[in-house]
Design a protein around this ligand. Structure first.
Ligand SMILES: [Zn+2]
Length: 319
């Protein structure tokens, strides 16, 4: 007999999937009906595993380019020109800085704006309120801590791609990260013409080399003790929820890094009949046709979809 106690726990590395669905469809169900179905699936679930991508922060109001960038990075546009890099926060981070003083001049500013000082949590709070009473866990590729700020306990969050609060050895020579928010604030105060003074440049305490943000941009990304502890909790949650009534609630995940949330969610739903997939995205909410009624994909303004689903759940609570 199959013994549940010996069941292998699903690790994050086994969860990841590169399998592209070949039967994607944009469901043509009318919007109100889709909201109804999504709310119904969530209402019936005991577990909700949220998978959040960049689209969630954007839907909640986070800005990275255009007017916001012009207003907040004018100093850097003056030093470096507006060229291909100084257009938005994402591109700016990749500028080939001439020295560490310049690199940290920009990155401290960027990390504060995109992380510690970012507060777009009203939408996150609306969602968390609507999910009250569910067993919840968040798998997120965002580095901006917005769900945590909105009140979701850190123990229920696995932020796989790093954090705007943390720095690490650039070469990943030792498996530790360092909270740099206060250092970033000092840099912010001391910066002139895009540069910070040399004495504020962080150095690796082990090899003496350069430091970098703890963001997964190359193979030197450090998965520290906290990362592994979060991975362990995620794995435990996953092992429990695949045996229960579960909704995989995917928020704003496109095709930039589909192997971390999008494809794995499809695979899990395919393999477990008790799992349902609710996918919200402005324009990438296509779902595999083979999942039939167990998948709801809503292509719409995601902030609105979240508010509408939350309202539906509330209605049902009262009834
Ligand atoms: Zn080092």
């Amino acid at each position: 007999m199959f013994n549940r106690n010996t069941k292998k726990k699903t690790r994050f590395s086994d969860f990841l999937s590169g399998e592209y669905a070949r039967d994607y469809i944009n469901q043509d169900t009318p919007y109100p009906e889709q909201i109804e179905r999504a709310a119904k699936l969530i209402r019936q679930a005991d577990y909700v595993l949220i998978g959040a991508g960049a689209g969630m922060s954007t839907a909640a109001g986070a800005e990275y380019g255009e007017k916001f960038f012009e207003e907040n990075f004018a100093e850097f546009q003056q030093v470096y020109g507006k060229g291909p890099y100084m257009q938005d926060m994402y591109s700016a981070g990749f500028y080939p800085f001439p020295d560490q003083e310049s690199k940290w001049g920009l990155w401290s500013h960027l990390a504060l704006l995109a992380g510690a000082d970012l507060d777009v949590t009203p939408l996150h709070k609306t969602l968390l309120n609507a999910l009250a009473g569910k067993k919840l866990f968040l798998l997120s590729t965002n580095a901006d801590h917005q769900f945590e700020k909105a009140g979701l306990p850190a123990e229920q969050i696995f932020q796989t791609q790093g954090s705007y609060h943390l720095i690490q050895c650039k070469r990943g020579c030792h498996p530790r990260t360092y909270n740099a928010v206060e250092l970033f604030r000092q840099m912010e105060r001391a910066r002139q013409n895009g540069k910070i003074p040399g004495e504020l440049v962080p150095r690796c305490p082990v090899c003496g080399g350069d430091m970098a943000m703890n963001l997964r941009v190359d193979n030197f990304f450090v998965e520290d003790e906290n990362w592994h502890a979060a991975e362990e909790r995620f794995s435990r949650f996953l092992s429990a929820c695949i045996d229960g009534k579960t909704v995989l609630l995917e928020l704003g995940v496109g095709f930039n890094t589909p192997t971390i949330i999008r494809f794995p969610f499809e695979k899990l739903t395919r393999e477990h009949e008790n799992l349902n997939l609710v996918r919200l995205s402005r324009s990438k909410a296509m779902v595999p046709a083979s999942l039939g009624e167990r998948a709801v994909g809503i292509n719409a303004d995601m902030a609105q979809s979240i508010r509408d689903i939350a309202a539906k759940l509330k209605e049902a609570d009262k009834a």
